[in-house]
Design a protein around this ligand. Structure first.
Ligand code: FAD
Ligand code: SF4
Ligand code: SF4
Length: 479
């Protein structure tokens, strides 16, 4: 082992510097400054090169983390990039948006006592350096194959599958209802977590590598699944989950009570330079307003932090459990607190007040009761604990469910689970329709970018095997 490693006993953990909260609130740029070469090499050298690397075990992509940390410590960045990109289509994106505290870094053995190696920040550094040096290349097939694959959805699952299939030589077309590729990486996750040109450059490189993008094309409206099924040797459904969970409380339909994704899409579009009438009219703009965001996940954190940047008069997050039980990443909660967001823990909305538009949220205090069958403590309202928060914009961020795809795609044979996600064979990843596969959030339920990539890579292998089997059968029949 290189003498350079095992430096955790000497060197403290140092994440890349965060910009000051006041600066962050004034623009939309990413929160963390990039590592400089020396810091990246030093931080990578803290790794103890474990024989059984728990970081790797808990990375959904099983990234070969110890190897690329060692190469980074030695300054061999091109090789580090080769290893990082062998298992991950977008290492620079995962380095930015993975909840590392729950995945790789949360399981780093030196976390106990010395604080984890800064795996995510090093992964981002390696890949940003690779882009700067022109080491990132468009997908290049070894040989072209005649079969074409249709992919519905240009999110991380669809894009990762497209890249793998293209490298194998297939002709790949991605259909997406939006005008840009990237899925929630473009229109969900805000710029201050993931700058949009980081996603756009991948999309453009994929197009350069021969992947065809049919944008502004909604399957079920502009083209049917049946048509795609006829046209392509196999079809992948990677459409994500978008049906916002609602609140059944009086006044929930008042103007000014909006869904999180509508709000975030408007903000992201504005940042991308599009004309956004709902933003300009003020319907989806927090400027000068008292904003209440309901929910405790990453989407809620993205909404509160977007509202602060839009110049809201006040931003309050209402969550029915306590801070320790928030589903979102703690790192994002701290960032929100630093940026001036107020949290009302253990509080839930009871009604939305106002006549022509929302003017306030009546909330009730909760306490955590006995655990249910899943082990999670139940929340119970405390009688007589009502209070009202002034609000002229309320954002509902309570999570997402899948839309009714069998109906939207007019394919009753597509079967779904009791949660509405698409049912697939767990090995072949094929739906009940032969030759139609599914991956990403539409199968898993609302999840993470890194799981989308994992599923996209896995399903690409299954699709390739399926098409291969079909061509072999045809060749045998022709003999
Ligand atoms: P998506 O990214 O949803 O992509 C699906 C694509 O399919 C979209 O482009 C959509 O337009 C297209 N589509 C849908 N229906 C049709 C149709 N009928 N015809 C054509 N195209 C269609 N994950 C993290 O890891 N870190 C984070 O910080 C993080 N932050 C998030 C913040 C927000 C606000 C949200 C909502 C999610 C966040 N996630 C985060 C989760 C992550 O973005 C998703 O898990 C991931 O994008 C799912 O990938 P996917 O490819 O399955 O679906
Ligand atoms: Fe960690 Fe995510 Fe990178 Fe895996 S992909 S090493 S979980 S940051
Ligand atoms: Fe290095 Fe931590 Fe992974 Fe061990 S668990 S190999 S110390 S990053």
């Amino acid at each position: 082992m290189a003498e350079k490693m095992l430096q955790f006993v000497r060197l403290a953990q140092h994440q890349p510097d965060k910009r000051e909260a006041t600066d962050r609130r004034a623009d939309w740029n990413e929160v963390y400054r990039p590592f400089v070469a020396e810091a990246a090499s030093e931080q990578a050298s803290r790794c103890s090169q474990c024989g059984v690397p728990f970081c790797q075990v808990h990375c959904p992509l099983n990234n070969n983390i110890p190897d690329w940390l060692k190469l980074t410590a030695e300054g061999r960045l091109e090789e580090a990039y080769e290893i990082a990109s062998a298992t991950n289509n977008f290492p620079e994106i995962c380095g930015r948006v993975c909840p590392q505290d729950r995945l790789c870094e949360g399981n780093c053995v030196i976390e106990k006592g010395f604080e984890a190696v800064t795996i995510g920040a090093v992964e981002k550094y390696i890949t940003d350096t690779a882009w700067e040096n022109g080491w990132v290349k468009p997908p290049k097939p070894v040989r072209e194959r005649p079969e074409s694959i249709g992919i519905i959805g240009a999110g991380p699952a669809g894009m990762a599958a497209a890249e793998r299939l293209r490298v194998l030589g297939f002709q790949v077309t991605i259909y997406d209802r939006h005008d840009r590729a990237g899925g929630l990486m473009i229109y969900g996750i805000p710029n201050f977590k993931l700058e949009k040109d980081v996603v756009v450059r991948r999309w453009h490189q994929y197009a350069e590598g021969g992947i065809e993008f049919r944008l502004n094309c909604a399957v079920g409206r502009d083209i049917s699944l049946a048509e795609l099924h006829r046209k392509h040797a196999a079809v992948l459904i990677a459409t994500g989950v978008y049906k916002a969970r609602d609140i059944a409380a009086p006044g929930a339909d008042l103007p000014g009570v909006v869904a999180a994704l509508d709000y975030l899409i408007a903000s992201n579009r504005k940042g991308l330079g599009d004309a956004v009438p709902e933003f300009d009219s003020g319907a989806l703009n927090a400027e000068g307003r008292h904003v209440v965001v309901i929910g405790g996940g990453d989407t809620a954190m993205d909404c509160v932090r977007t509202a602060t940047r839009q110049g809201a008069a006040s931003v309050t997050c209402l969550y029915r459990r306590d801070k320790a039980n928030m589903p979102g990443s703690m790192r994002e909660v701290y960032n929100a607190e630093e940026e001036g967001v107020r949290f009302e823990w253990l509080a839930a909305p009871d009604a939305f007040e106002g006549k022509a538009k929302v003017e306030g949220v009546r909330a009730v205090r909760m306490h955590l009761g006995l655990p249910d069958a899943t082990g999670r403590q139940q929340v119970e309202a405390i009688a007589g604990s009502d209070f009202t928060l002034k609000a002229d914009l309320v954002i509902k961020a309570l999570g997402f469910d899948p839309e009714d795809l069998p109906m939207a795609f007019e394919e009753p044979a597509l079967s779904v689970t009791r949660w509405g996600t698409l049912k697939v064979d767990h090995r072949s990843m094929m739906t009940a329709l032969p030759g139609v596969f599914a991956a990403g959030d539409i199968v898993r339920g609302a999840s993470l970018v890194v799981w989308g990539i994992r599923d996209g890579r896995d399903v690409a292998e299954q699709i390739a095997a399926f098409v291969e089997k079909g061509s072999t059968a045809l060749a045998v029949a022709a003999e």
